[in-house]
Design a protein around this ligand. Structure first.
Ligand code: ADP
Ligand code: MG
Ligand code: ZN
Length: 483
């Protein structure tokens, strides 16, 4: 029998707020000495009281709106009780039955196939402390404890590792567009839990048992673990066995999942309303105000670039992958309008030369010295015939290095096209004199050699000869030789 994988993802994303979720400690703990971003609240000391971080709530609502979720009138925080040394209070403040939002979706594009992956809920909780196990000792760093953590729970709508990958990438892209999370997996700002079950191909019922894999700290780990788990369950079912409901871990080094515990139930957590925090009232005015802050999101942006500028789907994808790049491109196009520069030409420079140079120097778009308006300025120089495309690449490299205007670079380096007939005629004579064989071939009727001779003129002028004029002069002189 053939089985179809059913996958639901829980994604945790740290929010880019200045302070932590329930105290005034700085949430920016990367690189800080252990246990320096702490206070009685995030250390879980008895008697300390939490205060809700309003920005974290707003970031979560903003995200939920971007995922087309419903925002209820009321939300509440709850205590989730469990015992593990990374939990300072013995419970985590999370949200149980009244989360900040529900019922949204993320659109994915799987090789041209559009598909909505439904979002069950987006809620807000606090991150835990970090444990280090060194030489038989366990060390704890409480800096991370209390950092705002948004949890995005999908419906079990994905049916392949590829769909899980596309969903995760799209989700991350949207968070980065919103600026609510860095999505930086190397820094642990985005973590995954994957829920996996199998069902007979062609059926629609969900399997009653599923396996949850925790602590997947990268996209790669999520994909490997999911792949592995699909194979493992498949083998069990093929052999007529039953897949046990359990919570598993992922051993990155060995590339295997392993049993952590049989799946806990909600009642094991003894959820109850957080008595130290008020219920959250979410007014419609507040929601409208937040909705007005939503930037143009990747799907809309991509569609607009294809529709209004005639970009290929591929180029539009590449340019909209990061918001900063898309914004840069938009500004370049805007600046090019008055010069009549084609947005497609600008896209070619951005995805071609600019990305190549950024890649070579590991630069981010925010570090690029070329101002957006300088790209259409360069294209305009080509369009006017002031420089050739070959020279333009040279000019572009100089612009990338120094941030100077293309006009200034062309002028200073004397890179403008040579259209001086006298100067080019002399070079044409020289090229003819130095290439007797091609000249002979040309005169014998092999006209294609003209291209070679033009090439020699370009070489002699380091690419600066006006190519049309060069070809004209050569033809005149060669025809004269014929007589
Ligand atoms: P819990 O609250 O115990 O973690 P939920 O029912 O809220 O469990 O589901 C958590 C995740 O498990 C969700 O992402 C959901 O999509 C996924 N899920 C639920 N049922 C299945 C299933 N049969 N197969 C795969 N994933 C599932
Ligand atoms: Mg779970
Ligand atoms: Zn604190």
């Amino acid at each position: 029998m053939n089985f179809e994988p059913v996958i639901g993802l829980e994604v945790h994303a740290q929010l880019l707020t200045h302070s932590k979720m329930f105290c005034g400690c700085s949430a920016d703990y990367a690189g800080a000495a252990p246990n320096t971003h702490v206070c009685p609240v995030c250390l879980g000391m008895p008697g300390s009281l939490p205060v809700i971080n309003k920005t974290a709530v707003e970031y979560t609502i903003l995200t939920a709106l971007a995922f087309h979720c419903e925002i209820p009138e009321f939300a509440k925080f709850d205590r989730k009780n469990y015992h593990y040394p990374d939990l300072m209070k013995g419970y985590q403040i999370s949200q149980y039955d009244l989360p900040l939002s529900r019922n949204g979706y993320i659109l994915i594009n799987d090789a041209g196939q559009q598909k909505n992956i439904r979002i069950r809920r987006v809620h807000l909780e606090e991150d835990t402390a970090k444990l280090f196990h060194v030489d038989g000792t366990s060390l704890i760093d409480v800096n991370r404890s209390g950092v705002p953590l948004m949890e995005i729970v999908s419906e079990p709508d994905m049916h392949s590792v590829e769909e899980a990958r596309l969903y995760s990438l799209k989700l991350r892209q949207i968070l980065r567009y919103l600026g609510v999370s860095s999505g930086d997996m190397e820094k642990g700002a985005m973590r995954f839990e994957a829920n996996i079950s199998l069902r007979p191909q062609g059926t629609t019922q969900l399997s009653a048992t599923r396996v949850e894999i925790k602590n997947l700290n990268s996209l790669r780990a999520m994909m490997h673990a999911t792949e592995y788990e699909i194979k493992r369950q498949s083998r069990i079912l093929q052999a007529g066995g039953i897949v046990e409901q359990e919570t598993m871990g992922w051993d990155e080094a060995r590339g295997v999942t392993y049993t952590q515990r049989s799946k806990e139930e909600a009642h094991d957590y003894r959820y109850f309303p957080e008595p130290d925090l008020p219920r959250l009232e979410i007014s419609r005015v507040w929601v409208s105000a937040l909705r007005a802050l939503l930037p143009e999101l990747p799907d809309d942006k991509r569609e607009r670039l294809v529709r209004d500028y005639g970009l290929s789907a591929y180029d539009a994808d590449v340019i909209t992958a990061e918001k900063q790049v898309a914004d840069y491109y938009d500004r370049a196009v805007e600046a090019g309008k008055e010069r009549g520069v084609d947005p497609k030409a600008i896209a070619n420079w951005v995805t071609g030369e600019l990305f190549r140079l950024m890649n070579d120097s590991s630069a981010e778009i925010t570090q690029v010295k070329i101002a957006p308006a300088q790209i259409p300025a360069l294209v305009a120089l080509i369009n006017k015939g002031t420089i050739t495309t070959t020279i333009a690449k040279q000019v572009f490299e100089e612009m990338f290095r120094t941030g100077r205007d293309p006009e200034a670079v062309v002028k200073e380096k004397g890179l403008a096209v040579i259209s001086d007939t006298g100067a080019l005629a002399a070079i044409a004579d020289r090229v003819i004199g130095e290439n007797p064989k091609p000249v002979k071939d040309y005169l014998a009727g092999k006209e294609a050699t003209l291209k070679f001779l033009v090439g020699q003129m370009m070489k002699a002028t380091k690419g600066q000869a006006n190519p049309t004029l060069a070809a004209e002069l050569l033809t005149q002189k060669l025809l004269a030789l014929k007589d």
